[in-house]
Write a protein that binds this ligand. Structure first.
Ligand SMILES: *[C@@H]1O[C@H](CO)[C@@H](O)[C@H](O)[C@H]1NC(C)=O
Ligand SMILES: *[C@@H]1O[C@H](CO)[C@@H](O)[C@H](O)[C@H]1NC(C)=O
Ligand SMILES: *[C@@H]1O[C@H](CO)[C@@H](O)[C@H](O)[C@H]1NC(C)=O
Length: 462
């Protein structure tokens, strides 16, 4: 004879006892069913109905079962009959049939409560949080109703620990299903709490940064009042908070027009430019440049605001700061992206039948008078300095920017001997590098691409 205990998992066992006693729902183990050997659930939520429908497509055995009432004697189970939790089930190896009787503790409880069970469902492999909540609710109701008799009070006391465990299980489940909005609320509270240490605030911002990459979360940040907290933190006295706030801001506004609008209206640009214009550690300035770039991208309103606030001048001073080499390519990239963006918008307009939103964008970009401001701020002579960098990609970025500025800067370029010299040197160097590319069979390599840019500059400056 093979004896099978119906409950193996401790947690499920605890719950099973509670549920058996307090809501009279029954559990079934179908030890013979390889698909769901420990399947048990309460049949009372709409979810289960849906699950039923699905599962019935696959398994004829999943109809709601009549519940077998075990006694203290072994009885043979008919196919489709379910047994309450805590029962002993055995397989009679001679007849191949399952037999069942009450377990000792369960027998006492079952006989005392003496209630007829409802139907049960055998498909669901574990408790859902909804089911746990239902169970707790009924458990509490049970507590209130049953307080009249001594016997029931004792039963309550006996179950007290179990209820604590049930609550713990629920708390754990709630943690698992905590939504992004709940997490963000918690992080914002942690950040906004005057009692939080700077470390705790920085941690909260970094966790937020991770979440706001998602468009919805970034918009929730705005609606929860978090954007203004982040913008305010940009001029916090602690540089770690300045840096983290800029990081969150940059990620939240990336490719998210409505959030860009909120940030600009919240005064973010002014604060970011102040951070760039004053003495800060390189790490802070890097994150601030990231935020500026994200804020300006595809957002002509922010771009003209940036120019009005003196952004081109702030960047030009930063570009010339000693020790800011690592920032130079980032700065040039911001300028290049703005130039090209405007150019592409006007080019697209030539092929398309203009619709009203395109007209509006053209109108907005027309207000961004970037190139004249760049000329005025000395960028025709600043960009060529980046060609002296040993990094190929920095040179590439500089060359592309020079070409984009050609129309406005051509005269100054021609009068810049350092630029002409650099271009000649680069031409020689990249011609050689292209040969080594060809040697390894690469016809359209990266060095060839850079050489084409150099050649193009040379042609235009003749
Ligand atoms: C901060 O801590 C103090 C004392 O520990 C407490 O009275 C106060 O309510 C706390 N403030 C917040 C916002 O939790
Ligand atoms: C931050 O805290 C202040 C008061 O401590 C409160 O008025 C404000 O609503 C909080 N902001 C957010 C977004 O939680
Ligand atoms: C930050 O700027 C706001 C206004 O822009 C000002 O009210 C606040 O005092 C500043 N905070 C610090 C710490 O300088």
């Amino acid at each position: 004879m093979l004896i099978l205990r119906t409950m193996q998992n401790k947690r499920i066992c605890t719950l099973g006892v509670i549920i058996t006693i307090w809501i009279f729902s029954l559990h079934l183990v179908r030890a013979y069913d390889v698909k769901s050997p420990t399947a048990l659930t309460i049949k009372d939520s709409p979810d289960d109905l849906n699950r039923d429908e699905e599962s019935q497509l696959h398994d004829d055995d999943d109809e709601d079962l009549e519940v077998f009432r075990p006694t203290d004697k072994w009885q043979t189970l008919k196919p489709g009959q379910a047994v309450p939790a805590g029962s002993h089930v055995r397989l009679n190896l001679q007849t191949g049939q399952r037999e069942v009787k009450l377990g000792e503790e369960e027998r006492l409880k079952y006989l005392r409560d003496g209630n007829g069970p409802g139907t049960i469902n055998v498909q669901n492999p574990s408790f859902t949080s909804q089911e746990l909540k239902e169970a707790l609710k009924k458990f509490k109701e049970g507590l209130d109703d049953s307080a009249d008799t001594k016997q029931e009070e004792d039963a309550v006391r006996a179950q007290f620990r179990s209820m604590e465990e049930l609550k713990k299980d629920m708390a754990a489940l709630d943690m698992l299903v905590e939504t992004d909005v709940q997490v963000m609320r918690r992080l914002l509270n942690q950040f906004n709490d005057t009692n939080s240490t700077t470390e705790e605030k920085v941690t909260a911002l970094h966790d937020l940064e991770y979440l706001v990459h998602q468009v919805d979360n970034a918009q929730n940040l705005v609606s929860m009042g978090g954007m203004q907290l982040v913008v305010n933190a940009l001029n916090n006295t602690d540089i770690r908070l300045q840096e983290s706030a800029a990081f969150v801001l940059g990620s939240a506004v990336s490719s998210n027009p409505s959030v860009q609008v909120e940030a600009v209206e919240g005064g973010a640009l002014q604060k970011l430019l102040t951070l760039l214009a004053t003495q800060r550690p390189m790490m802070v300035k890097k994150k601030v440049l990231f935020a500026v770039a994200s804020l300006l991208r595809h957002f002509p309103f922010a771009q003209s605001h940036f120019l009005k606030l003196g952004g081109a001048q702030v960047l030009s001073e930063l570009f010339q700061t000693t020790g800011a080499d690592a920032l130079r390519v980032r700065i040039i990239t911001i300028l290049y992206d703005m130039i090209i963006e405007k150019e592409l918008i006007s080019q697209v307009g030539m092929d398309l039948i203009p619709d009203s939103s395109h007209q509006e964008r053209l109108r907005q970009y027309a207000k961004v008078s970037l190139l004249p401001v760049l000329v005025e701020q000395g960028w025709c002579n600043l960009v060529p300095e980046l060609l002296a960098s040993p990094e190929h990609d920095w040179r590439e970025k500089a060359l592309r920017t020079l070409l984009a500025m050609m129309a406005q800067c051509q005269t100054q370029f021609k009068q810049n001997p350092t630029l002409i010299y650099s271009l000649n040197e680069l031409q020689i160097q990249y011609r050689e590098l292209v040969l080594t590319e060809h040697d390894v069979g690469e016809e359209d390599g990266y060095f060839g691409e850079i050489l084409a840019l150099v050649d193009s500059m040379m042609v235009k400056l003749q």
